[in-house]
Design a protein around this ligand. Structure first.
Ligand code: GLC
Length: 464
């Protein structure tokens, strides 16, 4: 055999092996997942545009009303926790009202806990009896939720907990209600528990959720905690799971808690929780889509006696600041055991809605402003790249003279966003400041009285 023949043979063998192996490998299964950056951007476009969503944490834990982790915190056994299952009867549940309230607050999508860590399902799963249809309310609550959202034109999101404290085959780990005090005891406790069985259950339920309720726009899976007595991608078989998700709902947007950060198909956006990022988060040196999830107070589930509620300004700043760094805000409501929103949540939502009614143009479709526009004192900037308008959010209302550094020649027109009243670009009032106004700076002359808007916004029409 000549050297060339030998080389050709080697190449042919190699190609053959590759062809045989491909259908078995992830690559072939996910061919359509060789998504370009542009395709990903397009798939995420509605979400990036909408910026503001509602998280809803609702389950049996609404009854103890002392945190959705109550079962874990108080180390309650399935038996002890069952009193909530027996009494779950949210007679005031009206998802149309939820949807209306979300919409009025300016939110464009909602993400509901179809199952939280406690394992209780708000949907009629054929793989468990631990579901709302078997409680006094006897309804598939997810079905009604989806219908209500759609009729209000809101996008549909499902949260699903990878963690499950009810399933008998879910192994006891370091955050399980039955966790031992002693490392040695895990083995004993996990005798007879088989994660393979739980894993199959988990895949089956995700399949149900993504098959039985029409288009699901967003999936929020929660969460992995690798390490000793933790759970990671192997426990969930995350790769197989995400492949199924992408196949069943090709347009869906998925968060990043499957422990698949190193695979582009494994996640779409990152999720800083109860945390304000200092700047636009990056991965591998690139800015990535992100959404911060936040609570009104210190709990996700309804917590009667928790009083650390954020005020309207804090909530608005969370939203504006997220957009000013290119991100979204998912703000949580924990409905009560009757199924309605607590009056404190109602108030907060209404206040945000009041601001959004007049100022949403500075949120939807907006993002971080280009660096050439410097951020004025005590304010945040958002920017709409389509309309080329810049929004200055006045966190601390200035006294008349408002300096825009380096903005000379860049501003065509300025107005308050809430009432479209012109703001004059004129020489600063008073000789003190005149001396300090730099050559490239501009001065806006604001009215002395702060408009009756929690955070007033100046809309700047930029020169082309
Ligand atoms: C967490 C918590 C949880 C909450 C979630 C929201 O990881 O376990 O209770 O649902 O974050 O981001």
């Amino acid at each position: 055999m000549t050297l060339n023949n030998f080389k050709e043979m080697r190449l042919a063998t190699f190609t053959l092996i590759l062809l045989l192996a491909l259908p078995l490998s992830g690559i072939a299964q996910n061919e359509k997942w060789n998504e370009t950056e542009q395709q990903k951007e397009d798939r995420l476009a509605w979400w990036t545009n909408d910026r503001f969503g509602m998280f809803v944490h609702w389950g049996l834990y609404a009854l103890p009303a002392r945190h959705e982790w109550v079962q874990m915190r108080e180390r309650l056994t399935t038996e002890q926790y069952s009193k909530y299952f027996e009494r779950f009867n949210p007679d005031l549940y009206n998802p149309k009202e939820w949807a209306r309230k979300a919409k009025e607050a300016g939110m464009k999508y909602v993400v509901l806990t179809t199952k939280h860590h406690e394992g209780f399902c708000l949907f009629d799963s054929k793989y468990t009896d631990y579901k709302s249809t078997n409680t006094p309310i006897a309804k598939d609550l997810v079905k009604e939720y989806v219908e209500a959202l759609r009729s209000e034109g809101l996008k549909v999101g499902f949260y699903y907990s990878l963690i499950d404290w009810h399933h008998p085959h879910y192994t006891v780990d370091r955050i399980h209600p039955l966790r031992p005090n002693n490392k040695r005891d895990y083995k004993k406790l996990n005798k007879g528990r088989d994660m393979n069985i739980y894993r199959e259950y988990l895949h089956n339920q995700i399949k149900e959720l993504l098959s039985n309720y029409g288009t699901v726009d967003l999936l929020w899976l929660d969460y992995s905690f690798p390490g000793e007595f933790g759970k990671d991608r192997n426990d969930w078989d995350s790769e197989k799971l995400i492949d199924m998700v992408r196949t069943l709902q090709p347009g869906i947007i998925v968060n990043d808690r499957l422990d698949l950060k190193d695979m582009s198909k494994g996640w779409d956006f990152t999720t800083p929780e109860q945390f304000k990022v200092a700047e636009w988060p990056t991965y591998d040196g690139k800015r990535i889509p992100w959404e911060t999830c936040q609570t009104f107070s210190g709990s996700w589930g309804y917590y009667r006696d928790e009083h650390t509620w954020k005020d309207t300004k804090q909530l608005l700043v969370l939203l504006i600041e997220s957009v000013s760094k290119g991100g979204n805000l998912l703000l949580n409501v924990g409905p009560t055991g009757r199924g309605n929103f607590d009056e404190r949540a109602d108030k907060a939502l209404a206040a945000m809605g009041n601001w959004m009614k007049y100022n949403s143009r500075a949120i939807y479709g907006c993002t971080q402003a280009p660096e050439e526009y410097s951020v004025p004192d005590h304010s945040l900037l958002t920017y709409n790249p389509e309309t080329k308008r810049l929004y200055i959010h006045l966190l601390d209302y200035p006294l008349q003279n408002f300096r825009l550094k380096g903005m000379k020649g860049k501003v065509k027109y300025a107005q308050f966003l809430h009432d479209a009243s012109e703001i004059k670009i004129s020489a600063p009032y008073g000789h003190w400041i005149k001396e300090k106004l730099g050559e490239d700076d501009l001065n806006l002359s604001l009215p002395v009285t702060k408009p009756n808007v929690e955070i007033p916004v100046i809309e700047i029409f930029l020169e082309d």
